[in-house]
Write a protein of this length. Structure first.
Length: 36
C-alpha cells in the first residue's frame, strides 16, 4: 500500500491506518472464535 502514504503532517494518518487494520483483524478473529 505504498500509494496510501501522505506527505507532511498527514503522515501520522497513514501510520495509524497501518496499526488500525491489524488490530481490527485481531479483534474480529477473537469475536469469530467466541461465536464458535
Amino acid at each position: 500500500m505504498k500509494g496510501f502514504e501522505f506527505p507532511g503532517s498527514e503522515g501520522g494518518f497513514s501510520l495509524g491506518f497501518h496499526f488500525m487494520i491489524p488490530s481490527f483483524l485481531l479483534t474480529s478473529r477473537r469475536q469469530a472464535m467466541k461465536m464458535q
